[in-house]
Design a protein around this ligand. Structure first.
Ligand code: AMP
Length: 407
């Protein structure tokens, strides 16, 4: 089988690895990033999830490493799930090749990870906290690092990891090649790029702010007390085979999952308070089709490579517009079609409008035919005051937008 990957100067065994994965042509970020990385330049990339970003950096780095030796490549990831995904991808691409890939992350015992480190790896995929633990215990030195990848840096910022990231970068040699990926560039990240990167080549794939183009999205206005019923009705009406339901809080994720379970939906739940084993079981069960619904918070689910999610339902409107783009990036991956629904109450209307300003598009309002709506006032948004919830509650067509907080 010939492959368009042959026109890059990638190592033959890496091209073979890619072919065995069945990829026939590079994605746009791969087309742009691979030559830059092979030329030795620093890179600053912004790309939507599902664009093939992992292979875009892994293929050239594995080619440059070429053979087994010291630990020369460090890839930092914000979550264990992302680290696991990147490790698996690197192992897949290097299967015809004498390069060792290892991973360390928190939430599990140190022993097996220490043994893996002692056996020796060329590429280490790590989350910042566990890496610092090992560095402090003297199990890891970064003196031989030639290639440093900082992935999903905006999520590292959200999770409060930037100080750790700085400490790790300080311990890497100054002479190195650095690849930096972040979907958004808040000021904290912009200043980090100046410190971390040397004369980088900048690559932006697609419009940074637009959700995946293969996703059809819509918002569903609903009264607060009917949110769960509308979720159920949407699940019943939709021909879904795998759906991720996002909630704003861990508590809400547990609640929604428990209620779906009571109604015999095959459901799994994933958030930061669940053990590593529970999270892995949830993910594996969802990927294998054992669970049709995965209820998750952002932090747990960001960047997960679940190739064929058919639907994303936002049970709560994400409070950061960029999270909306990330969440719905879960569906429509690798050019498949997907749908994203967002339920919103009057209190969340301003947040919906902020998302629309951010993505510079009006998201269509949808009404589910046959659903027994308490009221329809939200379909006439001009009737709703900013904030959606006037002091002391406000009655619209008989429905009280009570002062009671949802969380
Ligand atoms: P990523 O953006 O790295 O999470 O990749 C998203 C998905 O696209 C993963 O399931 C990859 O295995 C897949 N993928 C990456 N590169 C290609 C390619 N050139 N052709 C087809 N699928 C790809």
């Amino acid at each position: 089988m010939t492959s368009d990957f042959q026109h890059f100067s990638l190592h033959e065994a890496v091209v073979h690895g890619v072919q065995s994965m069945g990829y026939s042509e590079p994605t746009p970020i791969q087309e742009q990033a691979i030559p830059v990385i092979l030329s030795g330049k620093d890179l600053m990339g912004s790309a939507q999830t599902g664009t093939g970003k992992t292979a875009a950096f892994a293929l050239p780095l594995l080619s440059l490493l070429a053979k087994h030796g010291k630990m020369r490549c460090l890839i930092l990831e914000p979550t264990r799930e992302l680290a696991a995904q990147v490790e698996i991808a690197c192992k897949d691409y290097s299967r015809f090749f004498d390069v060792e890939v290892g991973m360390i992350h928190g939430g599990v015992a140190h022993g097996p990870q220490r043994q893996m480190l002692q056996r020796g790896v060329d590429v280490l995929v790590a989350t910042p906290g566990r890496l610092l633990d090992f560095m402090e215990e003297g199990d890891i030195r970064l003196d031989d690092i030639q290639f440093l990848v900082l992935d999903e840096v905006d999520r590292m910022l959200d999770m409060g990891f930037l100080p750790q990231v700085r400490r790790i970068v300080e311990r890497c040699p100054k002479e190195r090649q650095t690849l930096f990926f972040s979907a958004t560039l808040p000021p904290e990240i912009e200043s980090l790029t100046k410190w971390v990167l040397k004369d980088p080549q900048v690559i932006a794939i697609g419009q940074r702010r637009s959700p995946a183009e293969t996703v059809t999205h819509a918002v569903y206005p609903v009264a607060k007390d009917q949110k769960f019923d509308l979720l159920l009705a949407l699940l019943e009406k939709t021909q879904y085979h795998s759906v991720i339901v996002f909630t704003a809080t861990k508590m809400m994720a547990d609640r929604v999952a428990a209620r779906l379970q009571e109604l015999n939906h095959p459901v799994a739940c994933m958030h930061a308070d669940r053990s590593q084993k529970e999270r892995m079981d949830a993910l594996e069960g969802f990927k294998s089709g054992k669970f049709e619904v995965l209820v998750a918070t952002d932090v747990a689910a960001r960047g997960l490579d679940i190739a064929s999610v058919s639907h994303v339902i936002n049970f709560d409107v994400p409070s950061h517009p960029e999270d909306y783009v990330h969440r719905i990036g879960r569906t429509g991956r690798a050019q498949q079609e997907g749908d994203a629904f967002t339920l919103f109450t009057a209190e969340e209307l301003d947040t919906v409008r902020a998302i629309e300003r951010y993505i510079e598009t009006t998201i269509p309002r949808q009404k589910l035919e046959g659903f027994p709506y308490f009221y329809t006032a939200l379909f006439n948004e001009s009737a709703i005051p900013p904030g959606g919830n006037a002091k002391g509650g406000r009655t619209l067509k008989g429905y009280s937008f009570g002062a009671k907080k949802r969380r």
